[in-house]
Design a protein. Structure first.
Length: 139
């Protein structure tokens, strides 16, 4: 009986500690880099663009903040290689194409933009690939 009480007290203490953790903190113990925060915003926008594209609606306001992909500080400075810069340039070109799409090109240009994300994440930071691949609109 005593062991059950000790176990219950321990369990309640653990729940109390975790319930009082700051829920706004990053999952990354080293904090979030500028690039990580930017990438999350890009992913959220791309999810929204997918829904718009499926409804054949054009996005309106170009996300100028995404142009910071070249200058945003990464968690690991070694990640910012000439290859990364080329892939970032490709992303910006795809973003421009997507925003300039005619209605008949919208889906193709959207998928091209997502493919550019996949290309980059295949060589840099593959963790989000599963989420990114779900953004593709199947033919």
């Amino acid at each position: 009986m005593r062991n059950k009480v000790v176990l219950l007290v321990f369990f309640v203490a653990v729940v109390f500690v975790f319930s009082n953790c700051d829920r706004n903190k990053s999952l990354n113990p080293n904090g979030d880099s500028e690039l990580a925060v930017l990438m999350r915003a890009m992913a959220d926008s791309t999810d929204a663009w997918k829904q718009m594209t499926l409804q054949n609606k054009m996005p309106q306001k170009f996300p100028d903040a995404f142009l910071k992909i070249h200058t945003a500080t990464a968690s690991d400075s070694m990640m910012k290689t000439p290859e990364f810069d080329a892939l970032a340039t490709s992303y910006v070109e795809g973003l421009n194409l997507f925003y300039q799409s005619s209605p008949s090109e919208l889906k193709t240009n959207y998928n091209s933009l997502v493919q550019r994300c996949i290309n980059c994440h295949n060589s840099h930071c593959p963790g989000p690939l599963k989420r990114i691949k779900k953004m593709v609109i199947e033919e």
